[in-house]
Design a protein around this ligand. Structure first.
Ligand code: HEM
Length: 400
């Protein structure tokens, strides 16, 4: 067609790929209207996406955004709260480097091994329940509960607090702009809760990430707000994304039963299949906001300082200018996708997310070689979001 596609509404939500294909071909750096009268540049080709993500002059600090973007209030309701927003994803060097170094401690080989054991335990229990269920839904029954359990391990959330922590996290997840009031109330709760958790660690040190952050506060490396903001970032960045990875990967495999059977026959393909799913159905549709610190060009288009830029990771993964058979599933083609970002803000949790996906999908392969979708794929509902890309539910038959 000749006119640009809609980037919202039922058609886009049930299958965004045709819209991104149109943009890559006709308007690869496209001006999109946003709620509240603002607009942004949407970058959809792989080469342009990579160049923007690698550019240190593309700033992440929301203060670098232009007046129209700031007036539209497009940040989340907690954006004005110093206790939740002073984290690595919202700052540039040198603060970025300092904040990222401290949080990196969560992901030492020893800690990741312990998290893997925990993921295996949690998964075994969830898979038992799936086996006993009449109408299993792999998002509700596995993709959702596993990552939240792991985040609670990372932060050291006590067992008794976990059910409420899970319930509250669900409100922040996949919320639309219409639900912002509920999100604001929940944010109050996290603000208070993380502050209390921090106080407890100040009184009694602990061998977990929050313990590390509190130590860094004691030694003067992090402010109080930076400790709670980092904990909150790990929750927000590490949960919903991983839910979407596991759900989207299972969707990618089960929509073609021969893919599931191929993986059952050759489990060595599991790791490569995680990468291929990340490329084909990137959990983050778009990377977080960026703002040019000075005038620049992207894909031949001139951008002024402060003009908001969105980089479509979902589109970049399907770019035929970068990948042969871009829509095809070819595990083993490598991990050169942008689903975890690129450059200074590359995902700190990438190894952890990969591990969780391998554990979850691997357990299902072992237990249910005859697993199938229980509904036609056209009936599946995707989160109505331009930021995230994930499924509400994935009903299956376990083939017992
Ligand atoms: C950053 C994706 C899981 C923590 C990012 C970025 C992407 C991403 C694309 C870069 C954002 C940008 O540059 O605008 C994903 C995906 C995941 C996942 C697809 C799951 C499949 C996790 C997990 C954690 C985590 C499990 C932690 C527990 C972070 C943090 C950042 C980040 C802290 C900010 C890094 C920085 O600003 O330097 N992630 N992520 N992510 N991710 Fe992940």
């Amino acid at each position: 067609s000749v006119s640009p596609p809609q980037l919202h509404g039922p058609e886009f939500e049930s299958d965004p790929h045709p819209a991104y294909r149109w943009l890559r071909e006709h308007s690869p750096v496209h001006r999109v209207d946003l709620p509240g009268g603002a607009w942004a540049w949407l970058v959809t080709r792989h080469a342009d996406a990579r160049r923007v993500l690698a550019d240190p002059d593309m700033l992440k600090d929301p203060a670098a955004g232009d007046a129209a973007w700031r007036a539209a209030g497009l940040g989340l309701p907690y954006d004005h709260r110093p206790s939740l927003v002073r984290s690595m994803v919202n700052v540039d060097a040198p603060d970025h480097t300092r904040l990222r170094r401290v949080a990196g401690g969560a992901f030492t080989p020893r800690r990741v091994r312990a998290l893997k054991e925990s993921a295996e335990r949690v998964t075994a229990d969830l898979v038992d329940r799936i086996a006993a269920s009449d109408r299993p839904d792999l998002v509700r029954d596995l993709a959702y509960p596993l990552p939240i359990a792991i985040i609670c391990d990372i932060l050291g959330v006590p067992g008794a607090d976990r059910p409420e922590f899970h319930r509250r996290a669900a409100v922040i997840d996949s919320s639309s702009y219409e639900e912002m009031e509920a999100v604001a109330a929940t944010t109050d709760w996290f603000d208070r809760y993380l502050g209390e958790l921090m106080e407890a660690r100040l009184a009694e040190p602990s061998d977990d990430l929050l313990g590390d952050l509190v130590e860094a506060h004691r030694s003067g490396e992090l402010s109080r707000d930076e400790v709670t903001s980092t904990a909150f970032l790990l929750l927000v960045a590490g949960h919903e994304t991983t839910v979407a990875l596991i759900g989207n990967m299972l969707f990618t495999l089960l929509r073609r039963p021969e893919r599931w059977e191929g993986l059952c026959a050759d489990p060595a393909l599991l790791g490569p299949a995680v990468e291929e799913s990340l490329r084909l159905e990137s959990p983050l549709q778009n990377a977080t906001w960026r703002f040019p610190g000075k005038p620049t060009t992207v894909g031949g288009v001139a951008l002024e300082a402060g003009e908001p830029v969105l980089v479509s990771l979902l589109s970049a993964g399907r770019d035929p200018g970068r990948y042969d058979d871009a829509d095809g599933f070819r595990p083993g083609r490598g991990d050169a996708h942008l689903a975890f970002g690129h450059g200074a803000h590359f995902c700190v949790g990438a190894q952890l997310a990969r591990m969780e996906a391998r554990v979850a999908v691997g357990a299902l392969l072992d237990r249910f070689p005859g697993l199938r979708l229980a509904v036609d794929e056209s009936e599946l509902r995707w989160w109505p979001s331009m930021i995230m890309h994930g499924l509400f539910a994935l009903p299956v038959r376990t083939g017992r």
